[in-house]
Write a protein that binds this ligand. Sequence first.
Ligand SMILES: *[C@@H]1O[C@H](CO)[C@@H](O)[C@H](O)[C@H]1NC(C)=O
Ligand SMILES: *[C@@H]1O[C@H](CO)[C@@H](O)[C@H](O)[C@H]1NC(C)=O
Ligand SMILES: *[C@@H]1O[C@H](CO)[C@@H](O)[C@H](O)[C@H]1NC(C)=O
Length: 490
Amino acid sequence: MRRREIMRPRPSASNKTSVPTLLRGFLVLLLGFSIFTVWGMSFILHSSTQNHPFSHSAVQTPPQTFTEPVKIAHVISLITCHRADRVQGFRDALVILRHSIHQNSVHHPPANSRYSYQMYALVHAEGGCDAQLPLLRRLGYIPLVYDTPVDIQSVNNEWYRQHVEGENCCGSKEFIKLYAYTLTEYPIVVHWDLDVAVLKPMDDLYDAMLYDRNSERGRTARQKLHLQRPQYQTLPDRIDAFFTRDITSSAPWEAVQAVQGGFVVARPSMEHFEMYRQFILEANYTKGRGPTSGWGGMGYGGFQGAMAYQGVLAYFYDQIYPGHAVELDVCRWNQVVADVIWRGPDHMEHHGQCRQFPPAGVLPENNTAEKGLCQDCRILPVDETYTVHYTACKKPWECLLPTPRNPRDKRHVYRLKELTNITTCGLLFRQYFNYRQEVEQLLAAHGHKQKHYEGSFHPEYFMGYCKRAGGYDPMLSIPEDFDLKMIYGF
Ligand SMILES: *[C@@H]1O[C@H](CO)[C@@H](O)[C@H](O)[C@H]1NC(C)=O
Ligand SMILES: *[C@@H]1O[C@H](CO)[C@@H](O)[C@H](O)[C@H]1NC(C)=O
Ligand SMILES: *[C@@H]1O[C@H](CO)[C@@H](O)[C@H](O)[C@H]1NC(C)=O
């Protein structure tokens, strides 16, 4: 496809101009506000809708309409860029995410993947990210600049309008992530947070979406999927999305769980994109938390990200377009290495139960790890992990181990002590820095200056890239004339 960056107006009529605001020359990077907040960088990738008509005929019989190797669009979003250049690890995260995708693609034969990829970055038009566009291109990301796809000012629900901008990570601006659905010249799009890495090929997911469930390849892929609570899930005839739930932020008595926004695999669809815009604009949203809160007054409220991306995804796949999405095993996919058991300090009658609501027919007291209703992600071997999301573990470039905080409210000590597992996190940091080392070796092989890293902070995990606690040693800058095309070929 052509590389085009287009300042794209919001697709519907709106009295708000789509002309970009004056960009100030600094970037604001929104980092997570809590350990479970995904890194709110949104580079919006989008290509011109003129290039891909709204026709859905292409997705009905995908294997015939896409030539091998099939390219998957991998998308990140960059929403605000204040001082991005000063946020250590930002550029490295872009490089390492791409490398981890590359190493698990058809371009790295030992991985045995059949799929190719194209990186995209959705960039919010008002985020002050202009200065990052050349860097994105050099790292192989096609930047697509967008305004928020919904004109929040014209939303009729005053409470929602007044509160959405306070939602993690970045208020309504986060909705630019929905533009991933508009990349309809790709059969599948994956939207990522930046604090992630791919550790194993994702072919089973792609095959299960693209090949008929009765075909050999489709059947095999479906059998190999790692589902959350497989004994209670029925696979749709046609799978249009995969995700994990935000189990760590759920409570055993709450029937609705957010979709964890750091990892969403979806079949692009202009129709779906419009459906999201429509119901967000209607903003049938009730304040508060609990079974009558949030979207549709159906319990999609109050949790992290409920008013924004994490809430609308859950509402869309559960209520607006049910029966087409698959919830993946939260340990093997989007692995955050966090406790999935309720440990208070409130509602101690639920202590020891899975944080995820029991499936229909299971009593709360039977909703436990012992009865197989949840699994301890904190001890999952790293080699069984498909994708990792560094939240509970902290970001690799923070150069810290996730030692329990010492909370002011002592009732939280026990819960925080159990929150994650330092060894597992450390081993996952090592995977991250292995990728970094591979990129540096590739750069060196292409004549790029190589530096020796001897940082003494837990070198068994951080491989010399951390000089001390909190002291990240970033990759040498990639010179203006250097393009990762030179090492990857595209
Ligand atoms: C909000 O959504 C719920 C659930 O779909 C529906 O019953 C209710 O009528 C809607 N309210 C408005 C004002 O549209
Ligand atoms: C579920 O709980 C009930 C009551 O506590 C118990 O009698 C029953 O054996 C449990 N069922 C299973 C499958 O463990
Ligand atoms: C942490 O995980 C490792 C495996 O990565 C396991 O051997 C160890 O027992 C776990 N530690 C705790 C305290 O659970």
